[in-house]
Design a protein around this ligand. Structure first.
Ligand SMILES: C[S@@+](CC[C@H](N)C(=O)[O-])C[C@H]1O[C@@H](n2cnc3c(N)ncnc32)[C@H](O)[C@@H]1O
Length: 238
């Protein structure tokens, strides 16, 4: 069982310490994909496919998928952009091991808040269900901007709290049903209690637009998927 340690990020949100997050993913790595499929009812593939479609429209040559984990977003992007080179980076080696087995060729162990890449190395940086987990959203978005070429694009895919009445129906699922189901699947219910807490704190919609603009991105846009339980955001390095 992972002992929880929290830190306060620049947005005032209480966050799990990076080492707690890394160990949490280390413990669930073997069951992460199965849990995703079952808990999303298979929709997680559709969310990543939509993200990959957007990326393909930007015709990138070099792509970084940050917090790539077991590689599902990186592999979706690679299949939508067959001519591009895709690098998957993550600070949890156990998750990267699954990505490699599934066919992701270039993987790098790296912390999203201190990327080991030179400035202007990529045309696109994607991050799926990963930014939310990072110690500092500003710092991570700043690092993504630094490694993007001028005019390059960032894409953030992550959970959101749906609007209106749906939010009140979704909350019991997120905080009570999901940790129990995930506990059965992964043996680690605490990791999924953390998921609900982190989704509640993570900015979505106009707040995410502000965060992207504040960290140096222009032409910011977004769409909600599946009734607003997932947000897809993009911006351009200006
Ligand atoms: C929920 S998984 C998402 C994996 C994958 N992108 C997907 O779409 O399924 C989150 C990943 O973020 C990674 N992560 C969390 N904080 C990180 C950080 N500061 N630097 C690098 N990776 C991080 C975790 O190790 C984990 O693999």
């Amino acid at each position: 069982m992972v002992e929880r340690q929290t830190v306060q990020n620049s947005g005032g949100a209480s966050r799990e310490a990076p080492e707690t997050v890394r160990r949490m993913f280390e413990e669930i790595a073997g069951r992460y994909d199965l849990a995703n499929r079952l808990l999303s009812g298979g929709m997680d593939h559709l969310w990543r496919r939509r993200a990959a479609e957007l990326v393909a429209g930007w015709r990138p040559v070099r792509i970084l998928d940050l917090a790539t984990g077991s590689g599902d977003l990186a592999l979706a992007v690679a299949s939508a952009c067959p001519e591009a080179g895709v690098v998957g980076a993550d600070f949890c080696e156990a998750m990267l091991e699954h990505a490699r087995v599934k066919g992701l060729r270039e993987t790098v162990v790296a912390d999203g808040c201190a990327l080991p890449f030179a400035e202007a190395s990529f045309d696109v940086v994607t991050v799926g269900f990963g930014l939310r987990n990072m110690e500092s959203w500003d710092r991570a978005l700043g690092e993504m901007r630094r490694v993007l070429r001028p005019g390059g694009r960032v894409l953030v895919l992550d959970f959101a709290m749906p609007p209106g009445a749906l939010r009140w129906l979704y909350r019991p699922y997120l905080h009570h049903v999901l940790p129990r189901l995930a506990g059965w699947i992964t043996g680690r219910p605490e990791a999924y209690r953390y998921l609900g807490e982190s989704i509640e704190q993570f900015p979505s919609g106009a707040r995410m637009q502000q965060l992207l603009e504040h960290t140096g991105y222009g032409e910011v846009g977004w769409e909600f998927l599946t009734g607003g339980v997932v947000g897809l955001y993009w911006g351009r390095k200006v």
